[in-house]
Ligand binder design. Sequence first.
Ligand code: ADP
Ligand code: ZN
Ligand code: ZN
Length: 802
Amino acid sequence: MTVAEIIVDVPTMQTNRPFEYSIPEALNDVVVPGMRVEVPFGRGKRKIQGFVMKTKDQSDFKGKLKPISRVIDLKPVLSNEMLQLSYWLADKTYSFQISCLQTMLPSVMRAKYKQYAIPLDKTDPEVLNLFQGQATFEITNSLTDSQIRLINRLRKNEKIDLRYVVENKAQQIKRQAVMTDLNIIQLHEAKNELRGNAKSQVKLLDFLIQHLNDLPVEMSELQKNFGIARSAIKTAEKNKLLKIVEVTKLRKPEGINPEKTTKLELTDEQQVAVDQIGQAISREQPETFLIEGVTGSGKTEVYLQTIEKALQQDKTALMLVPEISLTPQMVNRVVGRFGNQVAVLHSGLSSGERYDEWTRIENGDVKVVVGARSAVFAPLQRIGLIIIDEEHEASYKQDDNPRYNARDVALWRSKVNHCPVVLGSATPSLESRARAEKGVYHLIRMKKRINNQNLPHVQIVDMRDAENSSIKGDFSPVLKNNLQATLENHDQAIILLNRRGYSSFMMCRECGFVLKCPNCDVSLTYHKDLGKMKCHYCGHEEPVPNSCPNCRSKKIGFYGTGTQNIEQQLNDLFPEARVLRMDVDTTRRKGAHAKILQKFGSHQADILLGTQMIAKGLDFPDVTLVGVINADTTLSLADFRASERTFQLLTQVSGRAGRAKKTGRVVIQTFNPDHYAIKDAAKQDYETFFKQEMYLRHQSNYTPYYFTTLISVANKDEGQTLKQSYWLKKQLQTALSKDAILLGPSPTMISRKQNKYYYQIIVKYKHEPKLHDKLLEILNETQADAKKGFTIAIDNEPQHID
Ligand code: ADP
Ligand code: ZN
Ligand code: ZN
């Protein structure tokens, strides 16, 4: 091959296509698709990065092609499947292909890093010669072509492998470990020579004798699991009984240490689901199943047993879960069943840890990948099954470029891999449920809870009525009494504070002044831990004022209820109760989330208080009460999904109660007790909600009856923003049929963020073949304007409209 098609790292519309370069003869069989290379670009001497998409023997280009300057990777970092996916993804999300390609790689490979070769065959003469006694060989840009060819050949013959290391950060943690040069006889002799009172030395030698074949063993493990003190190890080192060496080890994510579990005997409903999905795995058909299973119906066991079916056929499985339900509970269930065949990818991992997991997947060392949104790009081969748990979650859609929905990517990969996709939820998205209605997806319903446990008993408390409207604080008498009873029974309770738009801000009681961010149109929120007022959009912070900046009155104070405030109220009401709070503030530190849940799970607390993040996936047998402080806040969102989101949240959180042997109770406090989303959630009645909501969506021409595309325009100058918005609308009108509906331009709910004004246009349509190209054309034309601080963003099927 002499010519390579390359996507270059110049994110503009004009360069959003492959460019041809010639492959220098020296790199002839080195350059393959999926590698990154460095190429000259433009007139000057500028060298930039690019992805090799394709190699071929001839170019249609008449002139002389520029040559590739050097290879960055000596092995492909993206598979052919991923390269193909990038074309589709870029098109679907209106983003640059280069951003799509980069999104698929772990962040380590996007940052500054070094590349090393490590030997696999330590006896091969060429390998020995290359490494010259060193453990690694750094790959720099000063390697000669013949060295590159040699490395490439050795890698292809599996004599060496290549690794990436983030600069300035050791990619692999070095750990101290214990080794010995003594053999088993010498160890026994040494033990016999010890004086009787040298108990710790005897213990240590016994350990070495027993584990001689497992050495080196990490020192921390000796201390933690075998109770051997560091001082004892040091003494033995001094007496030349052992050596302390450094080992590198692929890190395993912390907090995952589950007991091995085995298959549960399935209920009839579970069996039906497993059989149907199992057959689809064998048929190797890209079919999609929607499991609509009430909370506690045992969906996870269905996932696990279908994954097992895929593994039995020598295939792999990909399981996506929302970031917030990537709790140790969920991860433990998967790792508990499949052990070290599982890789876990979530945002709690450092970039090094993520890279380790990615490498294990790429090397084919794992068969199951569990992860949040971006795990949909995991380099798994021979995928036999893709599962998306809580498929309705908005977090499967990325908010930034490329604005992809992991659900769509999963469906794409299922076609290429010829495997089924399973979407699971107690509250499916309307889109998915509607597709099942039409027969595009197979619907599997699981209507019963495990053990035939009843769904929890739900009581709706009308906060407008006389008894409740006069209360001090946020707890109605009904909720208080239920909490009291729960505590007396030594059961546990979960209290949800529906946080959206409901935090503590400062307001002056004299003049009504609200303390706002100087850059954004939002009120500043009080952060107790910092003792400061903070903006959630731009991070601006300022001290808490002690008088009103507007009228100087001292009557400025906090309004709104935060979790800290509710926690205080709980402490006042039930001084003896142990309360755990889970919100953005208490879960900032790595592993904090897991710790809180672990504590609650082992019943070291009576009440778990939290925001949306406690609503999903948790399975604690002693939880008999769920209380919702303010069911309404999500209802008031200016979003056509407001009812759907409210229904989902309330159904999910209610489902946390009474999952094991004990019956559950739920108390929902609301100012809209007659709203169908709240009434249906109280009955856990998805089907009724679905029908009602579909009717309303039909009336107002929204998803799933219409497609939606959201286009937002931002500029520092409000007048310019408006002008551009109207220009944009006019452009769209020329391309769209009469059936399309154009809304706006209107300011977004928070119309100013980081000193930029935001306006949006919503396009609703059924069939508009020209829309896609028109939007690309608009993107193209606004490129020049982007330099003037004018930005335009296109969100296909937006998950939030605000
Ligand atoms: P869902 O995800 O549908 O809300 P889970 O998968 O968390 O429900 O299951 C609820 C509980 O029932 C879990 O504790 C799980 O271990 C248990 N469970 C699931 N299937 C079975 C079964 N076949 N037999 C016994 N217990 C089961
Ligand atoms: Zn701000
Ligand atoms: Zn004032």
